[in-house]
Design a protein around this ligand. Structure first.
Ligand SMILES: Cc1cc2nc3c(=O)[nH]c(=O)nc-3n(C[C@H](O)[C@H](O)[C@H](O)COP(=O)(O)OP(=O)(O)OC[C@H]3O[C@@H](n4cnc5c(N)ncnc54)[C@H](O)[C@@H]3O)c2cc1C
Length: 600
């Protein structure tokens, strides 16, 4: 079993050789940083993830949190890990110095968080939800709310949740029923039920700050009537100290396939006692605000899926080097020594696929994090706006592609182990179970597909799409070696076909054929996602080809050759799979649309 969470050489390559993260220190916000400080914080994250998070990953999976006498009992290691994360300053890592933060770029923070999720996705869930909830209050909350909650959340004294889903309203948030009734003293009484709320109850922090979607009595129907409320588990005085219990209570814990270390809760609001909620921002704007948290969380989900895929790849790679089995097909002598399974081409196929999915997914998510940096800190206003548009367009892909291919990587990791992979003695089955959540939460991948083809592609007269094509052109033209140029050509040809099919889908949508056009949105997401990840591989291949000539050690040459071979795998084995999507989309295939429920 390897303790490598994410290969540090690969991360350094992606951050500095592909993305030029070091250039961020020229921006005012990051001017007190250097490559050394970035590396130091990454080193701390890697070390802490191994010591405080990986140490109880399997134990927390086997010994799930329990509901005992109205309290949640969980392993003490989870609190120790959360506290260590908070003490090291990671909760506030990306925020301003005056908020107690470190003003680190998103690209660096995302890389750090990758280690924690790879080490223990269940425990990492608590700090990640807390930072995302805190960010909502930071951006949309009033001064009183910030005083009471924000610093306590960024210090790790309080944790946060996002409470959207209801038993009858998951994908369709327009239909939520939780209600908010105004009181005479300016706040609201919340009544309703939420389900699957991660971290909704735990024994880690002094208080839990739920960010709750609810409808104010008399609000417009649908998403236009949704407001956002802060609902603390314990009431908080003006100095931010917790007092009496508020009327939000745990109705039950939900038992899951994976991610068992994060409590999944059914919560009831206002059933046993009045539940007080505090409106964030303006009434009826809640979904818009929550989208900030959801978009952040969607990128986080993609990142998590990529690194859990990565972790399984690291385990199976090590196993394949050690496990002796059989001989080459051409070896006729039964007394010749057995070979490590990595010598079999079919095992290399499975390892290459995992490498292509997990390093490709990581590259995509780091690119998304860099867009966040550019959106907020690029010195050129035009570039800030463009980065925001690109990020908006790519968010469904950043969420969905790694969450589709991360579990596929874990599935292949199990296969590399053979029978051992199917047992609980080895870690890869847990990776798969944990990762299987990612296509489901934060908007299922089906919903991401609808968001991409139904909305994002056409937003601002497809300005985001045009910007994306311009960005891709830069890397297509940067391909200088024969191999890279071949890959650039096949990417460019596929892109042209995708553009044509996009135009015809656009015409159908404009012509009112909404159901028919969107019926195959998942094919479109696959097509679009594979093109984007092929681009990510071309960027890596260009950088590797450039560096290979001056590499001065065998390990460096091997590293760059490995990158080029994985790029070749993606271009030979993966990109061609979009041919099927192109046919189905071109024909606007109606097989699924016209199947009737009664025919099943
Ligand atoms: C472990 C776990 C943790 C979670 N954590 C949180 C949390 O912290 N906070 C929170 O608020 N929620 C949380 N969720 C809820 C999660 O976001 C929802 O499960 C998810 O949004 C899907 O909703 P649903 O389960 O009701 O499925 P449904 O909405 O019933 O969907 C079922 C299927 O139908 C498809 N479908 C639904 N509508 C459409 C449509 N219009 N077009 C095409 N296909 C459609 C979906 O893609 C899916 O395949 C969590 C869920 C899990 C399992």
């Amino acid at each position: 079993m390897t303790d490598t969470l994410i290969d540090r050489r690969d991360l350094a390559f992606q951050l500095y050789e592909v993305m030029d993260t070091e250039s961020l220190i020229q921006r005012e916000r990051f001017s007190e940083h250097s490559k050394e400080t970035f590396d130091a914080v990454i080193e701390t994250a890697d070390k802490m993830a191994k010591e405080k998070f990986a140490n109880h990953n399997s134990a927390a999976d086997k010994d799930e949190p329990k509901f005992v006498n109205g309290q949640v009992e969980m392993l003490p290691d989870v609190k120790q890990a959360f506290d260590a994360y908070a003490e090291a300053g990671f909760l506030a890592g990306r925020y301003d110095y005056d908020l107690g933060g470190m003003q680190l770029p998103e690209s660096v923070m995302a890389a750090c968080n990758g280690f924690f999720t790879a080490a223990n996705p269940g425990t990492a869930g608590y700090p990640f939800l807390t930072t995302a909830a805190a960010n909502l209050i930071r951006v949309f909350g009033n001064d009183e709310q910030k005083t009471k909650f924000l610093s306590n959340m960024l210090s790790g004294r309080y944790s946060g949740t996002m409470a959207l889903t209801e038993p009858h309203a998951g994908s369709s948030l327009a239909d939520i029923r939780t209600s908010a009734t105004p009181t005479a003293d300016g706040h609201y009484l919340i009544k309703g039920a939420k389900i699957y709320i991660s971290g909704g109850e735990q024994s880690i922090t002094e208080n839990i700050v739920h960010m709750v979607l609810a409808k104010i009595k008399g609000a417009p129907a649908g998403v236009k009537g949704i407001s956002l409320f802060i609902v603390p588990k314990f009431h908080v005085d003006e100095n931010g100290n917790p007092g009496d219990r508020n009327g939000v209570s745990l109705a039950g814990l939900i038992h899951k396939l994976g991610y068992r270390g994060t409590t999944s809760t059914a919560l009831s609001f206002g059933d046993d006692a009045p539940c007080h909620g505090y409106l964030v921002g303006e009434p009826h704007q809640g979904l818009k605000y929550m989208f900030q948290m959801m978009n952040e969380a969607r990128i986080g989900v993609g990142f998590g899926a990529a690194v859990i895929g990565y972790r399984g790849y690291m385990h199976s790679l090590e196993y394949a080097k050690d496990r002796l089995q059989g001989r080459k097909a051409s070896e006729k002598n039964p007394e010749s020594p057995q070979v490590p399974i990595i010598d079999h081409a079919d095992v290399r196929r499975m390892l290459l696929a995992q490498k292509a999915y997990s390093e490709g997914g990581l590259a995509l998510c780091l690119y998304g994090a860099r867009l966040m940096d550019d959106q907020h800190t690029h010195p050129d206003e035009q570039k800030r706006m463009e980065a925001g548009k690109l990020l908006d367009l790519l968010t469904p892909v950043i969420k969905a592609w790694p969450s589709e291919y991360g579990p596929k990587a874990n599935d292949l990791a199990i296969q590399v182990y053979g029978g051992a992979g199917y047992t609980r003695e080895y870690p890869v089955e847990q990776c798969w179970r944990d990762n299987r959540l990612n296509p489901i939460h934060e908007g299922t991948n089906g919903i991401q597909a609808l968001d991409l083809l139904g909305r994002k592609i056409w937003q601002d007269q497809s300005h985001g799409l045009q910007l994306l094509m311009q960005e891709m052109q830069v890397d297509l033209q940067a391909a200088t070696t024969e191999r890279c140029q071949q890959w650039a050509l096949s990417l460019s040809e596929t892109l042209q076909q995708a553009v044509k099919v996009t135009q015809s889908l656009g015409k159908s949508l404009m012509g009112g054929e909404v159901d028919k056009t969107l019926a195959n949105a998942s094919c479109y997401l696959h097509l679009f996602g594979h093109i984007i990840v092929a681009w990510m591989w071309l960027r890596q291949a260009n950088a590797a080809a450039h560096a290979l000539g001056s590499a001065n050690s065998d390990s460096e040459r091997n590293f760059y050759q490995g990158k080029l071979q994985a790029a070749q795998y993606f271009f030979h084995w993966e990109l061609p799979t979009v041919a099927q999507d192109l046919v189905l989309l071109r024909n606007q295939d109606d097989t699924c649309l016209n199947m009737k429920a009664d025919w099943f």
